[in-house]
Design a protein around this ligand. Sequence first.
Ligand code: PMV
Length: 305
Amino acid sequence: MGIGTAPGKVLLVGEHGVVHGGVAFALPFPAVGARAEVVAAPGPLRLESPLWSGELDEDTPMPARGLAKAALATLSTLGVPARDLVIRMDATIPLGAGLGSSAATAAALVRALLAAHGREADVDALVHLAEQEAHGNPSGVDGRVIVLGQPIGFRRGEATRLVPTGGAFHLVVADSGVSRNTREAVASVTELLSSDPARGQAALETIKQAALEAMEAWQRGDAGALGRTMDRAQEALVTLGVSTPVLEQLIVAARGAGALGAKLTGAGMGGCVLALATDADQAGRVAEAMRAAGARRAWIQEYTP
Ligand code: PMV
């Protein structure tokens, strides 16, 4: 009846800065993604997914509460009763890894419901409802980049800037296998800002500046400069206390294999590391080095103009 898909995402530079007024430079990450299919079936509105299956209504528990919110809001926007449909969801995005699993599954679900009814709506706003359930007070960057499917500079409350790619870039993303919680990581930064404001503010300023420079380097096609901004941002993320020894082991391995820059991506305290390679061959070596250093999985994604 209707199919919807959405890619994952990575934050190249700017995580945590974006919570405190900065820009997040975010990329769609189609190496992983989500797919939803809506079929007609008499009875209550249902979700069937490897993670959770059951009825979608006001009482749907976690982990599907956000998807229930988005599904009900979409159907209400369409003026269609929330019943007689089954949504089958499948995703290759690891959970709790910072690759946008909650926003991508919500985007795929909303798109599938809209396709099933041959209609259009503000997908980003509907995905944001799901993200609020999943994350409390998210900046909204995940939903925005996943729905647009283009590299963006995202600042809270401001129009999103599309960031065209000035050259080919090879990114390697490695999953530490340690699941993390965005809300906790954001709260720990807020805590540092009250216990040691000078240190916390300085680190956030570094991240904000690095995000702006990273966007410029991306547009110029300057991989060397982009790698350096990633390394600077990582140092500041260490100062903020959201890096961990497991993540740093992967970062060291990536740099050892010749990566131009490497950092954690997303909220930190677990999740993924991303590294910038010079070309496809080197990306393979960087991925291998990170696997050997304990990464559960590694993906290579090329971005071209
Ligand atoms: O790990 P993620 O994808 O949930 O990213 C969190 C990014 C933060 O800047 C830390 C929070 C936010 O809402 O932007």
